[in-house]
Design a protein around this ligand. Structure first.
Ligand SMILES: [Zn+2]
Length: 68
């Protein structure tokens, strides 16, 4: 499982969800307005690992989720 960040295009709420596979899982609804018009914000999560932070505690978690 991986954490994905989405932004609601209706109310601009940014929220995180756990998805096993974003290609096949049903997309979540916005927790604020319950709209399903959401946009993935992948750069926020991936950027943390690619920004040169070699020893972030969260790295082991996200690495487990990347075996797809
Ligand atoms: Zn919303």
């Amino acid at each position: 499982m991986s954490v994905y960040v989405y932004q609601c295009t209706r109310c601009s709420e940014v929220f995180m969800v756990l998805l096993r596979n974003p290609e096949t899982d049903q997309l979540p609804a916005c927790p604020n307005c319950h709209s399903t018009a959401i946009q993935p914000q992948l750069s926020e999560v991936d950027g943390l690992n690619q920004a040169g932070r070699s020893s972030t505690p969260a790295e082991s978690c996200s690495t487990n989720g990347r075996f797809t």
